[in-house]
Design a protein around this ligand. Structure first.
Ligand SMILES: NC(=O)c1ccc[n+]([C@@H]2O[C@H](COP(=O)([O-])OP(=O)(O)OC[C@H]3O[C@@H](n4cnc5c(N)ncnc54)[C@H](OP(=O)(O)O)[C@@H]3O)[C@@H](O)[C@H]2O)c1
Length: 369
């Protein structure tokens, strides 16, 4: 018998605002040889996780962590990033007490089948994950890191997935000589992934100026960051210079905003990177955009490419430096809001879906309060 009753936070796949907490039967936690059982400690929750639900079928996010429990048809699990401790082990290579960082279900427990184990980490070789993007299957054994300090766990859970993406966007834009642009328009400018990119542009003397576009309720907070050269709301697009070569980085997925921008900029729209879907209610298959100069940007693919180009060590060095610097800047405005387990997540979850969590808050679900 496990001391902590096993539970999962599940959502209806075709109507993901509907959610429930399900008790996981004890026999689901039984280990086979080679497997480990981990107990989640904490994880972050942002619009990025909602996007996992929105694109759950297309990018196969529903497949990482199949739901268990009664009547699971039509239910799914939204993955999260965080930390967990090994509480049972049936492999000699990973002891009980080891602590790992990576991709988890919002749940109390997870069974993993570690392979390619080194002191630094391992890959989960669970069969159903084998054809999913590899980046998500890699776990770090943080106790082996000489600089590991628990007091930065919330920072890492929240910003690793978002600011590494910002770094990758910045790197990709630099690599393409900013597509010849003199300005970068960033949509959904109050999102953390956007703010990370704005930070990269801010510290880069060769980057074209940045213009953040956000909603009325977030404009003051975005201006206060002091990272964007200019900040406008979605209904102030007429104030943009439309004869300036422009790149658009779109975290919103808001189709009408993107079509409007493409129509205003015409040939001056040099390239659009479609990154996110924070405005998931306003997204559709991007009808009316300039498709030949627009492309979906998938951070895990860019990460894999750079690990091949630079080697894992160099990739880690560059992203860690970026994360540390960007998080130092972020501490000036970010407020952590700790939630008491899955029960409090269910209360705040509708607000994350609707985008009504204040932009300066970072939600961390603590499983052991
Ligand atoms: N392609 C990739 O590989 C990749 C990797 C990482 C992240 N992303 C994407 O980047 C996006 C940003 O993620 P994040 O976690 O950084 O976001 P976040 O910090 O949680 O962003 C919150 C902001 O998003 C907007 N928003 C959220 N929900 C909304 C709703 N229902 N209606 C209208 N606006 C809403 C609002 O910004 P505004 O008022 O400023 O619009 C809100 O302040 C996500 O879509 C995420 O999936 C993509």
């Amino acid at each position: 018998m496990h001391q902590i009753k096993s539970q999962q936070f599940q959502v209806k796949k075709n109507n993901f605002k509907t959610n429930r907490i399900v008790a996981v039967p004890e026999d689901e936690l039984e280990l086979l040889n080679g497997e480990i059982l981990v107990l989640l400690d904490l994880f972050s929750f942002t619009s990025n996780n909602i996007t996992y639900a929105v694109s759950g079928e297309i990018i196969r996010y529903w497949e990482f962590f199949p739901p268990v429990g009664p009547q699971i048809d039509g239910w799914g699990i939204i993955p999260v990033w965080g930390f967990a401790d090994v509480i049972e082990s049936r492999t000699d290579d990973i002891p009980v007490g080891d602590r790992i960082f990576g991709y988890f279900p919002p749940a109390t427990h997870l069974k993993l089948n570690p392979g390619k184990i080194t002191l630094r980490g391992f890959e989960d070789l669970t069969e159903h994950r084998s054809t999913l993007p590899k980046t998500y299957n890699l776990y770090r054994r943080v106790l082996s890191e000489s600089t590991y300090d628990r007091k930065f766990d919330s920072d890492r859970s929240l910003f690793y997935p978002l600011y590494v993406t910002s770094f990758c966007l910045w790197d990709s834009l630099q690599d393409n000589n900013w597509h010849g642009a003199d300005q970068t328009i960033i949509l959904s400018a109050s999102s953390k992934t956007s703010i990370g990119l704005a930070y990269g542009i801010h510290i880069d003397p060769n980057a074209p100026k940045s213009i953040g576009i956000t909603s009325v309720r977030n404009i003051e907070a975005v201006k206060k960051l002091g990272l964007y050269n200019q900040v406008l709301t979605y209904d102030q697009l007429d104030q943009l210079g439309t004869t300036i070569p422009t790149i658009i980085v779109d975290m919103s997925g808001n189709n009408s905003v993107l079509v409007d921008l493409h129509k205003r900029l015409k040939d001056f729209m040099k390239f659009t990177l479609k990154v996110g879907l924070t405005h998931w209610k306003a997204s559709n298959p991007n009808q009316g955009i300039i498709r030949e100069r627009s492309k979906f940007f998938f951070a895990p693919s860019h990460i894999q490419k750079r690990i091949e180009d630079w080697g894992g060590g160099e990739f880690d060095k560059k992203t860690t430096r970026f994360l540390l610097e960007a998080i130092t800047e972020t501490r000036k405005w970010l407020e952590y809001r700790n939630l008491d387990g899955l029960a409090e997540l269910t209360q705040l979850y509708p607000k994350v879906c609707d985008g009504t969590i204040p932009a300066n808050q970072g939600l961390i679900v603590k499983m052991k309060f």
